[in-house]
Design a protein around this ligand. Structure first.
Ligand code: ASP
Ligand code: MG
Length: 402
């Protein structure tokens, strides 16, 4: 069997944990399996590197940032190779250049295009454990690139796909994927199985367990994933294709406080207004999430939308620049809002799921200011101060607790 095992930053955060990971990998190796290990940078070292860079130059070049950040993963893989060496097991560490993990040219958010297998295959044939840097790649001009924060998961899945691995295991510091954040919701429970689509929604909503592009890739190439803890032997959560059997109505509740609502009040109710508004934002690369337009009255209408908190000021500035004051009455911004979502493959075929969610919120007196949906998700925008009570109420409503 060929197994790809990925360990996150906390799992390799110190000497003791590095040896813990080394032993877990060696266990599989001694069973006769081929083992490819993908590592993140130790602990918070990526954050520390970013801090150091900005301390020297608040506006660092993207190329040099990637040059810097890729060192974090290189530290982990070499230390891991030293640990396995100390335990007497043949192994080799490889960075993105040595493997040849080809990406696009976009620094800080590059996409994997192709991975050469020859080097890894060759090392495996010599019965070595192969330890590969996560998060990084090389563009066609031989520049180092990174895949975006949390990107090591994507490296692991891409490697599993390229090598036709029999298993892809993502090790982290929690036991798997939960029905809700256990720190916020009492009775939140670990899921045994979740579909790619559900996981994709949850990771995009900021559940924090997996890089969302890794889930996209896993679905595309049919790589079955398991997310489990590196600190215990618990089973973890399996992420795989929807089998159609016993779909959960709702598998998880997620919250994202990193949202700001911007309302443009008193726009002219005529064709082209929404186009001009969102076109202006798009030209400045401002991602818009939920959108709500009111019914026109007396020739005017309101358009509200949400953006991530740190671009809210930019968004307002773009609108003020591109929309003459005569075309609307005012722009209102509210930062203390949060997105609360339920995700479940079963809601596709079961009416009434959204209604149940709204009822749960009504029962605890929480007002909904915006709603958006996908086939397997319902998201509402609520006042941030009600997040805890709202999340618990919704979690209870769908009987997700133990
Ligand atoms: N070290 C990188 C980060 O902190 C990549 C990763 O951990 O997956 O974002
Ligand atoms: Mg991560």
């Amino acid at each position: 069997m060929l197994i790809v095992k990925k360990f996150g930053g906390t799992s390799v955060g110190n000497k003791e944990r590095i040896f813990n990971v080394a032993r877990r990998c060696i266990e599989d190796y001694k069973k006769g399996h081929d083992v490819v290990v993908v590592l993140s940078a130790m602990g918070k070292s990526t954050d520390e590197l970013i801090y150091k860079a900005k301390d020297i130059n608040p506006n660092p070049s993207k190329r040099e940032m990637d040059m810097l950040l890729t060192t974090g993963e290189q530290v982990s893989v070499s230390l891991m190779a030293l640990a396995m060496g100390a335990l007497g097991v043949p192994c080799i560490s490889l960075n993105a250049f040595q493997v040849a993990m080809h990406t696009t040219h976009r620094y800080g958010n590059a996409r994997l295009k192709r991975i050469d297998n020859d080097r890894i295959r060759n090392e495996l044939e010599q019965r070595k454990i192969v330890i590969v840097t996560g998060f990084q790649g090389v563009d066609k001009y031989d520049n180092l690139t990174t895949l975006g924060r949390g990107g090591s998961d994507t490296t692991a899945v891409a490697l599993a796909a390229a090598l036709h691995a029999d298993a892809c295991e993502i090790y982290t510091d929690v036991d798997g994927v939960y029905t809700a954040d256990p720190r916020l919701v009492k009775g939140a429970r670990k899921l045994d199985v979740i579909t790619y689509d559900e996981m994709l929604e949850l990771s995009t909503l900021g559940a924090g367990v997996l890089h969302n592009r890794s889930v996209e890739l896993a679905k595309k190439y049919g790589v079955q994933l398991v997310v489990r803890s590196s600190l215990n032997e618990n089973e973890g959560t399996i992420i795989k294709e929807d089998t159609g059997m016993e779909k959960m109505l709702v598998s998880g509740v997620a919250v994202d406080k990193n949202a700001t609502r911007i309302a443009v009040i008193g726009l002219k109710d005529e064709p082209g207004v929404a186009f001009r508004l969102f076109d202006a934002l798009a030209k400045y690369n401002i991602n818009v999430d939920m959108i709500l337009q009111s019914v026109g009255r007396d020739g005017t209408k309101d358009i509200s939308f949400t953006v991530e908190e740190d671009v809210a000021d930019d968004a307002a500035a773009v609108l003020e620049k591109h929309f003459p004051k005569s075309q609307y009455k005012e722009i209102k911004m509210k930062r203390e809002v949060a997105k609360l979502s339920i995700v479940g493959a079963g809601m596709q075929t079961n009416p009434g799921v959204a209604a149940s969610m709204f009822e749960a919120l009504y029962n605890v007196g929480v007002n909904i200011s915006m709603i958006s949906t996908s086939e397997i998700r319902v998201t509402v925008l609520i006042d941030e101060k009600y997040v805890d009570v709202a999340m618990n109420a919704v979690h209870d409503k769908f009987s997700l607790a133990d």
